[in-house]
Design a protein around this ligand. Structure first.
Ligand code: FES
Length: 107
């Protein structure tokens, strides 16, 4: 099972096995990771699952779709070049070792 590491805004790292086919957002919620809300349930309609992807991992990801791109402009914390909505990051074996940093707040 792929391992995903979540780093809180105050630098606490937590690594979990997340099932292939789940999303990085669901992996956080099912492991009680603070800092990801997922208010819309994973439909790219709330931006409360915003994460910053480790720069070295960006090339593992599928390209962003237009709805994700639009919604990221509404994230509570600043959008950066490595910002993604974690509900749009489907876990595959290729994402094993992915690290995402959580913003200071989601709303
Ligand atoms: Fe709402 Fe990701 S959970 S945009």
């Amino acid at each position: 099972m792929p391992k995903i590491t979540y780093v809180s805004a105050d630098q606490i790292e937590q690594t979990f096995d997340v099932s292939v086919g789940a999303t990085v957002m669901r992996g956080a919620l099912s492991n009680d990771v603070d800092g990801i809300v997922g208010q819309c349930g994973g439909y790219a309609q709330c931006a409360s699952c915003h994460v910053y992807v480790a720069p070295d991992d960006l090339d593992k990801l599928e390209p962003m779709q237009p709805d994700e791109n639009d919604m990221l402009d509404f994230a509570a914390c600043s959008r950066e070049s490595n910002s993604r909505l974690s509900c749009q990051l489907k876990v595959t074996e290729a994402l094993d070792g992915l690290t995402v940093r959580l913003p200071e707040r989601q709303g």
